[in-house]
Design a protein around this ligand. Structure first.
Ligand code: DC
Length: 215
């Protein structure tokens, strides 16, 4: 079974998805890591984030494996920290807006889940709407941008930014992610929307496990 967890950055998707996966004893897939990886390999190949064909060429032939626990391996090298750095974070929304890039990455994500036996907690922006629209459990997490910025404050992608700069960057990324033509960030029609602004991670995890228990 796929448990789909979508929502904007800093809402707590990774924390919740990891805990739900551990409780269910199934793997966890962070789909944002793939868009970040595409951004990193494009930078390394000297490709502009607006150059769709160039990004596809940069992705072609790379060996990627999402190893769980947030680890992303590129040709065997752990690039988890590099994909969460400020340069990648600033450009990832532009890279992830290209339709052909999304098609290539969605295929990798579906293959990862099927290679891992078909059961997984999958977090992202378009899991319930596009990647696994048939998932029996779909959760869409929300929270105010101020709360999300505070949750992100200690993360590598917030390094060097003031709180106001972080809020401005997250607002910009939310806008780009929800207004793009291809697979915009939005709840699936049958998703359960949970406002996490005033909830602990443990309380959100309980709600998700409760939904899983009803399937
Ligand atoms: O979850 P994250 O912050 O690591 O995601 C990085 C970017 O990747 C995010 O700004 C939008 C994009 N993304 C996406 O378009 N679709 C997904 N399923 C996951 C992430």
């Amino acid at each position: 079974m796929v448990v789909a967890i979508d929502g904007p950055s800093g809402v707590g998707k990774s924390t919740v998805a990891r805990a739900v996966a551990a409780a269910l004893g199934i793997p966890h897939l962070d789909t944002g890591a793939y868009y970040r990886l595409a951004t990193l390999v494009s930078f390394e190949a000297g490709v502009d984030p607006g150059d769709e064909a160039g990004i596809l060429r940069a992705l072609d032939g790379i060996r990627v494996d999402f190893g769980g626990d947030g680890r992303m391996l590129l040709g065997g090298e752990d690039v988890a920290d590099r994909i969460r750095g400020p340069e990648v974070t600033a450009a990832v929304s532009q890279v992830s807006a290209h339709a052909a890039v999304r098609r290539a990455i969605v295929a990798m994500q579906r293959a990862w889940v099927s290679d891992h036996g078909g059961d997984a907690v999958v977090e992202g922006r378009d899991i319930g709407t596009v990647v696994f629209p048939e998932a029996p459990v779909k959760v869409y997490l929300t929270a105010s941008v101020a709360v999300r910025a505070d949750r992100r404050a200690g993360d590598p992608e917030a390094a060097g930014l003031t709180r106001d700069e972080l809020i401005a960057q997250m607002t910009r990324r939310d806008h780009l992610d929800s207004s793009r033509a291809n697979s915009p960030l939005r709840p699936a029609a049958d998703a359960v929307v949970v406002d996490t602004s005033h909830l602990t991670a443990a309380a959100v995890v309980r709600q998700v496990l409760d939904l899983v228990g009803r399937v």
